[in-house]
Design a protein around this ligand. Structure first.
Ligand code: NAP
Ligand code: MG
Length: 399
């Protein structure tokens, strides 16, 4: 059998258990079938430290050049990791660095199988959350007000023009917060969402609290509508999909009653909270994929979970772990399919489909890792190790 050829994608290796799984996936599920062509960047923490994090910046630049990247989960250092790895610095989260370089939006979608039923029994298709990952409460300025006094919002323009308004005349102690966002970031968010909806051929929902927040949230609503009308209305019509805006409260109620099968764009905080609710209701964090889409059409695929440290420490002691590799396999298949689509390489895209189908068939046949077996009471379920699961998938791909 001759192997499938492909143009290069960016490969970003990572840390701990997912780094082990990464290699197993390549050895068992990819290189036997595809002449894997990647530009390799080692984002494992030791190499990030050795390169003073240059490698992360280089990898992000490469993603802009090659348009498709696949990333393994990586450690975001904290004080404990600085000690554990004897780091020169507490390096920034690689995801934050890459997101800043690509100016992208993160889309998270559950991987559904027949075996694991969503908690919400009307959900038949995945719901993808698009989270605006810039500004708002995550970059807010806060103040613990010590006692009576006046809080004001003050803006001074470049030309000296000012805006000043009383926030509150405190008669006692309290709290104060101010947050910001900017049009360029909201525009990039909107374009990423419209692009992704087109690429997935799914409806796009967007929700804010614009009835209450008449400047802040309404700006989001207006920017989305302006860009949709000017750049996407025709394309959506041609693709047979819709853009739909509604209040966040209404959206929550509709999402629960829906059948799924759409993209739900959320402001930063809403996306943070709702993505946890949606992923839990669909089953497991180990069954969520995540793709960063930039407004100019670059795609970076990864799993939504972390490096699964607890399993890694058991692996280091020589134990065979039952870590779920599905989201990491789907990161690879997502990247290969996108490469195939962008290049008109139908064989590569078809391989990605086949790989995903083999994973789902394996689970539906009752072979799965421990995290899924826990959710699946059927008597025929076999809990297997990561290596055995990957081998079972390989047998199906070969067939
Ligand atoms: P985590 O790696 O997602 O794991 C948390 C727990 O969730 C695990 O202990 C495990 O539970 C379960 N789990 C997650 N993925 C699983 C899988 N594939 N198969 C089976 N079980 C799975 O989160 P964390 O322990 O909070 O973070 C570990 C490291 O990952 C941190 O250094 C963090 O910085 C990093 N991180 C990276 C990313 C990223 O690169 N995108 C995202 C999040 C976190 P049990 O132990 O109960 O089996
Ligand atoms: Mg969260």
């Amino acid at each position: 059998m001759s192997k499938i050829k492909m143009n290069p994608i960016v490969e970003m290796d990572g840390d701990e258990m997912t780094r082990i799984i990464w290699q197993e996936i390549k050895d068992e599920l990819l290189t036997p079938f595809v002449e894997l062509n990647t530009e390799y960047y080692d984002l494992g923490l030791p190499n990030r430290d050795a390169t003073r994090d240059r490698v992360t910046v280089d990898a992000a630049e490469a993603a802009k050049r090659l348009h498709v990247a696949v990333k393994c989960a990586t450690i975001t250092p904290n004080a404990q990791r600085v000690e554990e790895y004897k780091l020169h610095e507490m390096w920034k989260s690689p995801n934050a660095t890459i997101r800043a370089a690509l100016d992208g939006t993160v889309f998270r979608a559950p991987i559904m199988t027949d075996r694991i039923k969503p908690v919400v029994n009307t959900w038949e298709k995945p719901i993808t959350i698009a989270r605006h990952a810039y500004g708002d409460v995550y970059k807010a300025t806060e103040y613990r007000v010590p006692g009576p006094g006046k809080a004001e919002l003050l803006f001074t323009g470049e030309n000296g023009e000012t805006f000043r308004k009383t926030v509150y005349d405190y008669e006692c102690a309290g709290v104060l917060q101010s947050m910001f966002n900017k049009d360029t970031s909201i525009e990039a968010f909107a374009r990423s969402c419209f692009e992704y909806a087109l690429s997935e051929r799914q409806d796009l929902w967007f929700s804010t609290k614009d009835t209450i927040s008449k400047q802040y949230d309404q700006t989001f609503k207006f920017i989305f509508q302006r860009i949709f009308d000017a750049e996407y209305a025709e394309k959506f019509k041609a693709a047979g999909i819709e853009y739909f805006y509604t209040l966040i409260d209404d959206a929550v109620a509709r999402v629960i009653r829906s059948k799924g099968g759409f993209i739900w764009a959320c402001k930063n905080y809403d996306g943070d909270v709702m993505s946890d609710m949606v992923s839990t209701a669909f089953g497991s964090l180990a069954m969520m994929t995540s793709v960063l889409v930039s407004p100019d059409g670059n795609f970076e695929y990864e799993a939504a979970h972390g490096t699964v440290t607890r399993h890694y420490y058991r692996y280091l002691k020589g134990e065979q772990t039952s870590t779920n590799p599905v989201a990491t396999i789907f990161a690879w298949s997502g990247a290969l399919r996108k490469r195939g689509e962008l290049d008109g390489n139908a064989e590569l895209a078809a391989f990605a489909d086949k790989l995903e189908k083999s994973v789902l068939d394996t689970i539906n046949a009752g072979t799965m890792t421990g995290d899924l077996a826990l959710l699946c009471p059927d008597p025929d379920v076999r809990k297997v190790t990561t290596a055995d699961f990957i081998r079972a998938v390989r047998e199906r791909v070969e067939k």
